[in-house]
Design a protein around this ligand. Structure first.
Ligand SMILES: *Cc1c(COP(=O)(O)O)cnc(C)c1O
Length: 462
């Protein structure tokens, strides 16, 4: 399996190289040259398997011969052995034909773990084989940083450096990043806001000398391996509800479009998905796009579902590539227009998008009301992101097709919003109960590229 760039100007790469490089050299995103197909019999045979075995069968065609069979099984066992539920992604019934898939049983209580835990093990295996060492540097507004730290801590072939804006992440989020004691973990509290952290990160990646010197690598949401990991739970969830003999619909709380794009990939592979519903909060660029065809930036309004507070969705480019018949030139042009403010989908592209997706937006008060209603009627305590999905799922109306809303974080990660909505303050699960007693380890840094580069070199020279 080869990977090609959505902008058509970068060389095709193997899975291994696409994973290690993240972004293509032409600024595009890597996608498989063709979508692998699973037959009805192959999908039916997933029923009753462990999550790890189902994952093995779903991702095998994507990774091809990057890993030997036993090696891949070992990677999956280590990746998902950290999850606290034996089903890994359990399903809860919340209505006659409504289900919630809980993606938050990983070490940091958010669905980012599903992909990060896998990518951590895959990086380690590939780098060890090559005899290489890399420095993973990421910027975070909260959730992604701790997921990356949990995935890479203690591994031999990587250092992981996470920049977060000093004083601007929640206490739970900060402690999740500053309390791991492994020597290869480096939390950096930078002066400024999240945009400043991202800008300095970009500066470092654009500094060819520094990039080579510390062997800089990234694992942000556009990394193909992260999207791939997320395809698996669409299969396991649908099969446990009767697929491939029955169609299933999904509603996905959407930010960068990685999660729902994985659902689209599952459908391309042959999983009988009826509808894929994009659920947004008040930052609703994707909902507006589906309604009008205009993909227009409008700034970000902070919400109680912060992991979906985005101006543009980076993985949307992967869908555009398919909507425009995989013509890199067309995608390049649209992305150029987007930098200047926005673009309009062609009638053909909009029609193709509407054939696959529906969408809905959820206001702040609707999010809170949904948390309250779900606790009262089902006992399921949702985080605000998951509540957005349930609200938009219900707005689609009842059909004979089961609807699965994806629950992307544990309620205890957003205790203030949940308590304000339903009066219940969710407890951290037992493995994190002593989070507030653990010693913290963090380095402060000014918002200055030179200082940051010196700090990173010093940290990884240990
Ligand atoms: C990242 C995240 C999302 C959005 O997922 P995308 O793949 O970026 O669309 C939703 N909910 C939570 C809790 C997240 O952490």
């Amino acid at each position: 399996m080869k990977y090609i760039s959505t902008r058509g100007q970068a060389p095709a790469l193997s899975f291994e190289d696409a994973m290690l490089s993240g972004l293509a050299t032409d600024g595009g995103l890597y996608v498989p040259e063709t979508w692998p197909h699973m037959s009805t019999d192959e999908i039916a045979a997933l029923a009753g398997l462990s999550y790890e075995e189902a994952a093995y069968r779903v991702i095998k065609p994507f990774v091809a011969d990057t890993f030997a069979d036993d090696e891949l099984r070992g990677i999956l066992a280590r990746a998902y052995g950290t999850f606290r539920h034996p089903a890994r992604v359990p399903l809860v019934q919340t209505g006659p034909n409504e289900f919630v898939a809980e993606l938050h049983h990983g070490p940091t209580l958010a669905f980012k773990d599903v992909a990060m835990q896998l990518i951590g093990q895959m990086f380690e295996a590939v780098l060890k084989r090559r005899g290489e060492r890399v420095t993973i540097v990421g910027a975070t507004s909260g959730d992604t940083g701790s997921a990356a730290i949990e995935a890479f801590k203690g591994l031999g072939a990587v250092d992981v450096v996470i920049l977060y804006p000093h004083g601007r992440v929640s206490e739970v989020q900060r402690r999740q990043m500053t309390t791991p004691s492994e020597a290869n973990v480096h939390a950096v509290a930078m002066d400024g806001d999240f945009d400043d952290c991202q800008a300095r990160l970009k500066d470092m990646f654009n500094d060819a000398d520094f990039r080579g010197e510390v062997k800089l690598a990234g694992v942000n949401s556009i990394n193909w391996a992260r999207v791939m990991a997320q395809v698996v739970y669409y299969f396991t969830t649908a099969v446990s509800l009767g697929a491939p003999h029955r169609k299933i619909s999904f509603t996905v709380p959407t930010g960068n479009f990685g999660d729902i794009f994985a659902g689209y990939v599952a459908k391309r592979m042959g999983l009988p998905i009826e509808r894929l519903v994009i659920a947004t909060n008040q930052n609703d660029i994707l909902h507006r796009t589906l309604q009008s065809g205009a993909h227009q930036k409008e700034g970000v309004t902070p919400s109680i579902s912060p992991s979906m507070d985005i101006q543009v969705s980076s993985n949307f480019e992967r869908l555009l590539f398919d909507l425009y018949d995989r013509e890199g030139e067309a995608v390049s042009q649209l992305m150029g227009e987007l930098s200047a403010g926005g673009f309009s989908l062609s009638q053909g592209a909009l029609g193709r998008m509407r054939a696959e997706f529906d969408s809905g937006a959820c206001s702040e008060s609707e999010t809170s009301e949904t948390i309250k209603m779900m606790v009262e009627t089902t006992g399921e305590v949702l985080c605000p992101h998951s509540a957005v999905a349930v609200k938009v799922a219900r707005d689609q109306g009842e059909t004979a097709v089961p609807m699965v809303a994806l629950a992307t974080a544990h309620a205890a990660k957003f205790p203030d919003a949940v308590a304000a909505a339903c009066g219940l303050r969710p407890d951290l699960p037992p493995h994190m109960a002593n989070l507030f007693a653990r010693p913290e380890r963090v380095t402060r840094c000014t918002n200055d590229l030179g200082a940051l580069k010196a700090l990173i070199k010093e940290k990884i020279a240990r």
